[in-house]
Design a protein around this ligand. Structure first.
Ligand code: LLP
Length: 444
């Protein structure tokens, strides 16, 4: 469970009352619970403990440097997919050896930075990051050439496409035949055979990431079984695969009770890999959402309540919108929304769209952006709200701020990290000057 709870009708994050934080820092505002982040990460580690895995937090889900450093301190490595994420991980103090770098389109300069352990040109170079998760033969060639010319030795895993259907929305499926990700198993076996002994870029790992928001362990079992069969065929030819990265994708609990915990995935996955780990296989896991989604809320202020359609439809217009949290608009994703201050009878008993409480109203919760797709919820039951009320959009810690944009020229929101009774601004709110600074070119 996360650490967002109502007490006497007031929503708290850990020991901090959220209406007070919003009054001080303003809205829209993302608030994260340090305790929840760390607890979720330790649950993943505990569930998979028998495999002694390197748990690399998927930075893309919640990339704030302070969030990363809290997770790194708790024992996580980082899974990055760009030079920007690598920069963040290094600024958060993560050791390069605990960083894995995935992504279907790494640029030459991102590759060189990662081969220097995240050091930029002009900075003191370090050892290469722990593992490059590569996605194609041309990428192998570019990376190997760079490593050779820089005189460094790096390690790579090949992302395979195991051909399983998993995950929620079609936009987050990654392992079907039509996906741009990874290499088919047959082709992958050939590449591993060819490059497993290369000096500057040893290709001795296999990487999987079969999708996101996965709520049953079966797709993992199917994908891992296919990969293990390939690994065994290679072993018979004397080719050793020493690392298996099983990716992320474990679903989060957007509506209480809806998603299994890490332990339920582990119950199926651990027995498949335990013996191999005892014989030397290294395991990497890349959870994002299952750690960060329920560790964050988005706070937004009600600007207007308006009636349309001859008074039949009620719109609650907020100061946050698809620019702040795009998931409902992009994936039709569900996020529970509730006022942060309610009468005791309206404290939510669970976080679902259907709520059996007296005096609720049906409304659409929408943002300020000039698009009809700019909504957080349609036909949603909520207590009656008025201008100035504060709403919490729950489970917004993953792919919330990380996908926020300045669309309609709204500055990006602030972020706060709560630890116990202490709330710290970990990203200041952008100003209108920040919005235009790159366009105010000096000298006309
Ligand atoms: N590893 C790789 C290689 C990935 O591509 C991803 C997510 C993860 C790990 C972490 O997956 P997670 O545990 O968070 O499911 N924007 C979408 C989700 C896109 C996921 C992309 N890849 C959303 O808001 O639902």
């Amino acid at each position: 469970m996360d650490d967002f709870h109502y007490r006497d009708g007031e929503l708290y994050c850990e020991g901090v009352r959220l209406s007070e934080v919003a009054a001080e820092v303003g809205t829209p505002l993302y608030v994260y619970s340090r305790g929840t982040l760390v607890e979720h990460a330790s649950k993943v580690r505990a569930a998979f403990a028998e495999l002694n895995p390197l748990v690399c937090f998927a930075v893309k889900s919640c990339p704030n440097i302070h969030v990363l450093s809290a997770l790194a301190e708790s024992g996580c490595g980082m899974d990055v997919v760009s030079g920007g994420e690598l920069r963040r991980a290094r600024l958060a103090g993560v050791d390069p050896s605990r960083i894995v770098f995935a992504g279907v389109g790494k640029t030459d300069s991102e590759i060189r930075d990662a081969l220097r352990g995240g050091a930029r040109p002009g900075e003191e170079p370090g050892d290469p990051i722990g593992l490059f998760n590569i996605e194609s033969e041309p990428e192998y060639e570019v990376l190997a050439t760079a490593a050779r010319s820089m005189g460094v030795r790096a390690r790579a895993a090949l992302r395979v496409n195991p051909g399983v259907k998993a995950g929620g929305h079609a936009y987050v499926e990654t392992a079907t035949e039509s996906s741009k990700f990874g290499v088919d198993l047959d082709r992958a076996a050939q590449l591993l055979e060819r490059f497993s002994h290369e000096k500057h870029l040893r290709l001795s790992g296999v990487h999987l990431h079969i999708g996101s928001s996965i709520v049953t362990p079966e797709p993992y079992a199917e994908a891992i079984a296919r990969v293990l069969a390939m690994i065994d065929t290679l072993a018979a030819k004397g080719v050793t695969v020493d690392t298996l990265d099983i990716g992320g994708g474990f679903g989060a609990d957007y509506q209480t009770g809806d998603a299994p915990t890490a332990a339920e995935f582990a119950r199926v996955i651990v027995p498949m890999l335990k013996g191999r780990v005892e014989r030397g296989l290294r395991i990497v896991i890349e959870p994002g959402r299952s750690i960060s989604a329920n560790a964050g809320v988005l706070l937004t202020r009600v600007l207007y309540v308006k009636l349309s359609g001859g008074g039949a439809r009620k719109f609650v217009v907020c100061d946050a919108g698809m620019n702040t949290l795009i998931r409902p608009a992009l994936y039709d994703a569900f996020h529970f929304i509730w006022p942060t201050s309610v009468s005791p009878q309206h404290e939510p008993i669970r976080r679902s769209a259907t709520m059996d409480l007296p005096g609720l109203e049906t409304c659409d919760v929408v943002g300020p952006v000039c698009e009809s797709g700019d909504f957080f919820a349609k036909d949603r039951l909520m207590p009656m709200v008025a201008r100035g009320d504060l709403l919490a959009v729950f489970a917004a810690g993953a792919y919330g701020m990380s996908m926020a944009s300045r669309y309609n020229s709204h500055p990006l929101p602030a972020e706060v990290l709560v630890s116990g009774t202490h709330a710290k601004v970990v990203r200041r709110r952008e100003t209108l000057d920040d919005l235009v600074e790159h366009e105010l070119v000096l000298g006309g």
